[in-house]
Ligand binder design. Sequence first.
Ligand code: FAD
Length: 393
Amino acid sequence: DASLAFPQATPASKFPPCEELAVRNKVRECMEKEIAPIMPKYWEKAEFPFHVIPKFAALCIAGGTIKGYGCPGLSITGTAICAAETARVDVSCSTFILVHSCLGMLTIALFGSEAQKQKYLPSLAQFNTVSCFGLTEPEHGSDASTLETTASQVPGGYILNGQKRWIGNATFANLLIIFARNATTNQINGYIVKKDAPGLTATKIENKIALRIVQNGDILLKKVFVPDEDRLPGLNSFQDLNKVLAVSRLMVAWQPIGVSMGVYDMCHRYLKERTQFGAPLAAFQINQQKLVQMLGNIQAMMLVGWRLCKLCDKGKMTMGHVSLGKSWITARARETVALGRELLGGNGILSDFLVAKAFCDVEAIYSYEGTYDINSLVTGREVTGFACFKPGA
Ligand code: FAD
């Protein structure tokens, strides 16, 4: 289907040796050749294409910045480029990898014991096992820090009771990272729960209009026993958890950059190919203005994303920085894909063209990893010193 063809990536040999360009080229090539042609079908069916997992494994990107344990030890920018390049073709695939790599695996890498890292990370890095990240609950989305799932200490381990909602990869993940409140100390801790643990059920959330390929699940934990050795010893508060969320938020900020790039490429080609009133659509001033507005947005988004990576590299990125970046970039992506949808006319609402799928998927990015509003309030708190999450607080 010509509508799914992307301009070819510049061959790697034309670039000087550079990790970030090399990773961009390898991910782009895989996404364009192997993934792009099949995604509209899976998006329509809201099914996950399990047969592509080995293709992601071959890219050796799972684990991102994690060094050792079979992980690639990429730079922050290299990891962000993976998020963008996967999202350029399909945000669902990008989200599958991010949840597994930058939430699940990173949590184990940052807070796991040496034994846990050695036991779990090599297999996760190869996608032989898949992880998910269970924070959100039915009654606690934006206020996830007040989560109600409990962990009660018993001889040899903990009993987990509670519910989780919206958890990406939940229906098939082998390792579920579950956050729960210690019933005695009230502390938030993290637990590695196995897929087949008695008392654990994960049910797919149906009828999504965005990220239809991602298998988001409701998780029910009914007296689930987790042995002592599967509690993450380094995670003892929501502040600890924020260390993972800062990095994953930075990676999520690069997804809308990638989506916008994919939509821009599609529109650029479409406008040159389709003729109306005896001229290519690209020859009309209004269309050019829209295309250039998209391009300007993308340039600015990339610069903000790149700046965040550099701050993160230096250990200077605050939650306010990354929240501003994620919310601002996502808002620009919403504008960009909406312009792209207009430019394709009627074809802009067909899911077999990239643009309609991207248009819907951006809505999910706008709301996950902190909604636009919550991220604005995080930055607002940092720049004013006033926290205004809670009315009257
Ligand atoms: P709510 O918190 O109910 O918010 C509803 C509206 O109220 C929003 O507009 C919000 O901005 C606004 N609002 C809320 N509080 C305030 C306030 N104090 N001031 C101003 N406005 C406010 N979670 C996980 O743990 N793991 C996952 O893998 C995961 N994947 C997800 C994938 C998808 C596709 C989606 C949609 C969500 C996912 N989530 C996941 C959950 C996600 O993080 C939450 O949906 C998000 O934090 C928002 O919570 P909520 O949906 O409950 O909205």
